[in-house]
Every structure is written in structure tokens, then in C-alpha cells.
Design a binder for this molecule. Structure first.
Ligand SMILES: [Zn+2]
Length: 313
């Protein structure tokens, strides 16, 4: 049915559809809606598809705002969306619920970020963890938090542009210029992070969940995760003692926690050592509590927090 309705809607214009599309979010400006729908796995991909698709694409985020995407579960309606959406943007290996549902679904078009992004091994920037390989079972695993390197998100934008252009060839030029604008903004952000983190008196930072490996890798910092890659795993007493030793040895000033995960462990370590706490946001979801209204703003807030904690000039 939907494949019949879409060309028809283009011929008839938007008047008939305006009512039904208004609920999807981007139709209130009166811009002609092309009727493209994209299902995205979690926030950073929502940001990219909204920017690349502009008013021509309605974006459905499969991870509810404020929810933590690692252990996503899908509703039957969301599973259905994987087959009906014009585009599904996800990263295989990160959210098992989406991987499993896609095995049964027949998506019209997918962008799987795992197909083109270069993964880092888990814990690459965390030397302390490597010494205790026996305690963690995530060695040999890959770090999924690819989007915290803006150049990776730029690659996502290019693939989304190509997929949307395939879905709606007559809008290819618009998707192209939207993408160019986004790539320029991501490039500016990358340069700001590079320059802003170049001269710091301390290069180690301690985070609640080890989500910042890509940021650390690109800007030559060293991440120490209290927890591993999974945000809700409880750290052992031995791991907490080890993190305290690193903090003291390196002269760390701040223990970072994040908006979607309980700050209790980070706060207790900071309290024991008389250190500050601050937020470093892995952008797995955006809420009213986020320090910014989009990916770019929150990444700049992360930059400011790191500069303060690590005395960068
Ligand atoms: Zn994570």
C-alpha cells in the first residue's frame, strides 16, 4: 500500500496528507512533505538523518528520549516500522534487539554504520584495564561508541545522503546540500576539539562508563572507565580501588558521570578522594537535562568540561 500512496501524494501535493503527517514532527512549517520515513537506532543517527533529510524525511528514533540504548527493547509497532520505513539507520552489534528484528524484517533500505566505520578495540585507551584482562570478558570485543568521533558521524551523513537520494532521486540535490552544510559543521567541531584539547596539563580522564574511547583516540587523551562498555555493570571493589590509585597518581581533578546512568559510583569515588564530579555526555540519548539541544552543542559542552578538568589552554 505505502508504495502506491507515496507517488500519489507527490502528484496531489500535501494538502490531503498534511493532517496525518503533522503528528510526525516536521510538517508544521507547511513545507511539502515527501512522505519519506526513516527509523534510526538512537540519537546521533537521528541528528544526522534530520539534518540530511531536512523537511523531506520524518525520523523515528527507536530509542525513547531519556532511555539508555544499550539494552533497547522494541515494541511490535517499532518492529513493523523496520519493514515499512524507507530507510533504517543502525549499527549492527550494538543493540541486539534491532539486529534480531532486522533478521525477520524486510527493510527497504539500510545504512549499517558497522559496514564502513573503523572500530577500535574495547579498552584501547585504558591501560589499567588491560592489566586485569581476566576480570573482564569484553577483551577482543569492539567499542561500539563510534559516534563520539565527529569524523565517524560525517561518514554516516554521507551514507545517509546516498541512501535518501536513492529513495527520492528528485530530492538528491537538496540532500546533497544539507549534507555539505552538516559536514562543514562537523569539521568545525572536529577542529575545535583538536585545538581545544591540544595543550592540557593532564591527558587522562576518568569516566563512569567507558564510552569515550573514540574521542580519546582522535584527540590523544587517555580514558579510564570505572565501568566497562556496558553502562549498568557494577564495578568491583578492586576496580574502584584501582581507579582511585590512577586518579591519585595522575593528579586527576574530576570524576565524570553521564546523564542517562546513575552517578552513585562516580560520586562516591570523587567524595572519597575529595575530587569534583562533572558530566561527560556520550550522546546515547538527548533529554532536557542534556547540556545542549543537539549533537554539536553537547559535544562542545563535553569539550568545555574536559578543558576545565584537565587544565587545557
Ligand atoms: Zn554506551
Amino acid at each position: 500500500m505505502t508504495s502506491l500512496l507515496r507517488p500519489l501524494s507527490l502528484v496531489l501535493g500535501t494538502a490531503l496528507l498534511a493532517g496525518s503527517l503533522a503528528a510526525c514532527g516536521s510538517a508544521q512549517t507547511g513545507t511539502p512533505a515527501a512522505g519519506l520515513t526513516a527509523a534510526v537506532a538512537f540519537y546521533p543517527f537521528e541528528f544526522v538523518v534530520e539534518r540530511v533529510g531536512g523537511d523531506l524525511v520524518d525520523v523515528e528514533n527507536l530509542t525513547t528520549p531519556g532511555a539508555e540504548p544499550h539494552d533497547l527493547e522494541l515494541t511490535p509497532k517499532q518492529v513493523g516500522l523496520l519493514s515499512t520505513a524507507d530507510l533504517v539507520v543502525f549499527q549492527s552489534g550494538f543493540q541486539p534487539a534491532i539486529d534480531t528484528a532486522l533478521e525477520q524484517a524486510s527493510p527497504q533500505r539500510t545504512v549499517d554504520v558497522a559496514d564502513f566505520v573503523e572500530f577500535l578495540p574495547a579498552g584501547e585507551d585504558d591501560h589499567a584495564e588491560e592489566e586485569h584482562a581476566g576480570e573482564e570478558d569484553e577483551h577482543g570485543a569492539l567499542d561500539p561508541h563510534t559516534w563520539l568521533d565527529p569524523t565517524n558521524l560525517a561518514a554516516v551523513a554521507e551514507h545517509v545522503r546516498d541512501a535518501l537520494a536513492q529513495a527520492r532521486p528528485e530530492a538528491a540535490a537538496e540532500f546533497g546540500s544539507n549534507t555539505d552544510a552538516l559536514l562543514a559543521e562537523l569539521d568545525t567541531l572536529d577542529k575545535e576539539l583538536s585545538a581545544g584539547l591540544a595543550n592540557c596539563s593532564l591527558r587522562t580522564f576518568i569516566t563512569s562508563h567507558a564510552a569515550f574511547g573514540y574521542l580519546a583516540h582522535r584527540y590523544d587523551l587517555e580514558q579510564v572507565g570505572i565501568r566497562g562498555l556496558e553502562p549498568d555493570a557494577e564495578p568491583s571493589a578492586a576496580r574502584i580501588a584501582e581507579v582511585q590509585q590512577i586518579a591519585t597518581r595522575e593528579g586527576v581533578t574530576t570524576i565524570f558521570f553521564e546523564t542517562l546512568v546513575s552517578p552513585v559510583v562516580a560520586e562516591s569515588i570523587a567524595h572519597d578522594l575529595g575530587l569534583a564530579t562533572d558530566v561527560l555526555d556520550p550522546l546515547e540519548g538527548l533529554t532536557d537535562a542534556s547540556r545542549g539541544s543537539d549533537y554539536l552543542e553537547v559535544m562542545r559542552a563535553n569539550l568545555a568540561a574536559l578543558q576545565k578538568a584537565n587544565s587545557c589552554s
